[in-house]
Design a protein around this ligand. Sequence first.
Ligand code: FHN
Length: 465
Amino acid sequence: MKKILTLFIIILCLLTFNPQYSKSQSEGKEANIEWFSNAKFGLFIHWGLYSETAGMWKDKPAKGGAHFMLHHRIPLKEYALISNDFNPVDFNAEEWVKAAKYAGMKYLVYTTKHHDGFAMYNSQSSDFNIVKKTPYKRDPLKELAEACKKEGIKLGLYYSLGRDWEDPDVPTNWPEKAGRSNTWDYPDEDAKNLDAYVERKVKPQLKELLTNYGEITMMWFDTPELITPKQSKEIRELIVSLQPACLINSRIGNGLGDYSIVEQRLTDKINLKPWEACITMSDSWDYNIFDKGSKSPEMLIRHLADIVSKGGNLLLNIGPTGKGIFPEFTSSGIEAYHSWLDKNGEAIYNTQPWRVFGENWNNTVSTEKVNTEFNDAKFDGTPQSNTPDFRFTSKDKNLYVIVRSIQERTYTISSILPADKVQRIILLENGEKVKWKQTDKGLEITVPERGITPFPVYALKIELG
Ligand code: FHN
């Protein structure tokens, strides 16, 4: 309810500042925000020329993951030669989309243009793109959009807004002046005219992305850097004029997003406004031969439960290979999500946070340590510990307790008080009744024997009076 109210306020502000934002437009946006808040789980795809080099450069391990063009200060003309070898003959949009759907994901966000400025779609406004520059010559985004529509998966588009190493007019300021700029081809940082870049490249590309590929559910901007309030406002207005219901993430810059983003980390409190955590399945955004491989299935499920218990969505990232397929190590995580959500999805989808998000095994409210230090190319600051604990979600008169990494069958959940009037408890995965007793110490539980299970994360459904 609070999310809808928050959105209503945002829309009210936009209506006052932006009269052309009609009632029906705001209704579409409102419906999309509600859909987003209920969807909980999406697939993030990082795919580009960097997938072809896969962590190598000139026969040596590259520095900076997908940012190796910056870290090695590779001249644009030399970097562009990678496109001669980029030929993803194994790419199959249906396979990507079906894998996302099988894992229980409800949307897919695709990198249309990363910091290297290379368009991974058929851009009419920049020849530096997959159709014009590679032997592949096909438009994967066209095929992805068709596959998403066919499979009922919503499509979002990632766009690197304030970083573009192909364009001469993109100054940056993180972590210091020119920190993420192309200063080797375009050395005079002060001569760079961001407005020229926005008019010449950003707006034309947004127009084609929001015109040629059907319904776009969200524009996922990245690294706004020096984008000005005026530029953010004009970009937002352009999106609204083309697809009014399209959601826009907070990295459009200057507070003009519909939902906020945390990256490569978990959070430590409930946020009732729409938000999303983008986290890599492995330790890098892009396909990288030095990647140590996927987080454990238990860790992947734990992260989803944690994020949803705090009101967020998990946008889980996979970096396909230069040939267009998911790395082998992704299959265990996709399978784990499928089997867990198939049985426990009721505790995730369409839920809201409860009055607290979780409880530690020793009955204190969980304060899972989060690592907020991360670099911006290849890092994973999410907790790697399987601390035994609980996460809570709620829906109507039901409370779901997601029991994480607890081997014991009898335990007490102190956050559930006698006033909560427990009526019935089942093990969600098989409907078996759970023994329980309410005391002044909390809710004492004895779960049935679960037998051999793939990993110790399960959900209880508690019907409250
Ligand atoms: O620098 C990028 C990075 O490569 C990746 O795309 C992430 C995904 O959110 N965004 C930036 C770092 O914040």
